[in-house]
Design a protein around this ligand. Structure first.
Ligand code: AVI
Length: 314
């Protein structure tokens, strides 16, 4: 049974040191702020992956080795801006495929289908709302063709090492032998560039994190005063971890009516909000073999900041 938001908040704020799961960043307001982050000049990740989709799509297609019809199954399709470039290039190359975007939000899928149909009218699209793995099983059992699974945007970086391995193993269980998986990884690079992407001068990333406290207020009837928390983020070039925190600016007590609990914060006490891990190319190759995949190839952008790496299921 999945834990509820209230249970996870209670667990994280009772722990020492305190933490909150980064999956709760993405309510409607958080998703809007994340769009602002992706448009920030400091947040290089979006442009780098776009560069890969624009310039390396045909190589990615050729590396799959798929001879005929195949599915492109996208886990967490989002607004599809980057994927659209990949699909456009494959259509131009006369690749024979069906695009299967999966998202838990029906609204997100509806918007995606409308934008894709408007700009790529010849695209064969089979949109799916629901749990990634249930939909993967359904598609794989209905179709005898191979699949290319997309897990883009450095979403893997938000999982701790052992969770990233578990997640990829789980994906593998729902794939057929010969299927391919393309995963987006942000690479280790100049530490200042990475730090600036997560600790922006305008405070957009701070707002993105404070919104989780606002969400606790909205949904769990908490009484966080957002002015009494600051933001801190740092990058450790030795292990690739970006860790982001909220910091209590004073000694305070926060009551959360829904859990019936009050939590004490000392002045300067932190809440760990997010991990955004940066990988080396060797680290990616190790991860793929730890999860039981065969590593195929890295596809880097022109600045060599980001990699979409291709694995195959043995
Ligand atoms: C969604 N995820 C890959 C983003 C990242 O880079 O870790 C979330 C984010 N957090 C702060 N800025 C962006």
């Amino acid at each position: 049974m999945e834990k509820t938001f209230a249970e996870e908040v209670e667990e994280g704020l009772s722990a020492s040191p305190k933490y909150l799961s980064s999956k709760y960043h993405y309510d409607d307001e958080g998703s809007r702020i994340f769009q602002e982050i992706m448009a920030m000049p400091e947040y290089y990740l979006t442009d780098c992956e776009m560069d890969i989709m624009q310039n390396r799509a045909i190589e990615i297609y050729e590396a799959t080795g798929f001879p005929g019809h195949f599915n492109i199954i996208e886990l967490g399709a989002g607004d599809g801006a980057k994927t659209k470039e990949l699909l456009r290039n494959l259509l131009q190359a006369k690749a024979d495929f069906t695009y299967v975007p999966i998202d838990i939000s029906e609204e997100a899928i509806d918007i995606l289908v409308t934008t894709m149909q408007a700009s790529l009218p010849e695209l064969n699209i089979n949109p799916q709302v629901g749990d990634y793995f249930e939909v993967m099983d359904k598609v794989e059992s209905e179709e005898s063709c191979p699949s290319l699974i997309l897990f883009l945007g450095s979403n893997i970086g938000n999982f701790r090492d052992e969770w990233a391995v578990d997640l990829l193993k789980h994906m593998s269980k729902h794939m057929q032998s010969g299927d391919k998986l393309l995963v987006g990884f942000d690479l280790m690079k100049n530490p200042n560039l990475i730090r600036n992407a997560y600790f922006d001068a305008q405070g957009i990333t701070a707002r993105f994190n404070l919104n989780v406290l606002a969400r606790i207020n909205r949904e769990l009837f908490g009484d966080f005063d957002l002015n009494k928390f600051g933001f801190y983020s740092h990058y450790n070039p030795e292990n690739g971890d970006v860790r982001s925190y909220l910091v209590s600016l004073e000694d305070q007590y926060i009551a959360i009516s829904k859990t019936g609990k009050t939590f004490h914060f000392e002045k300067d006490e932190t809440i760990w909000m997010e991990l955004s891990k940066k990988y080396s190319l060797e680290g990616i190759e190790h991860l793929s073999s730890d999860a039981g995949f065969n590593f195929e190839q890295h596809f880097l952008d022109s600045k060599k900041y980001f990699s979409d790496s291709l694995f195959s299921k043995p």
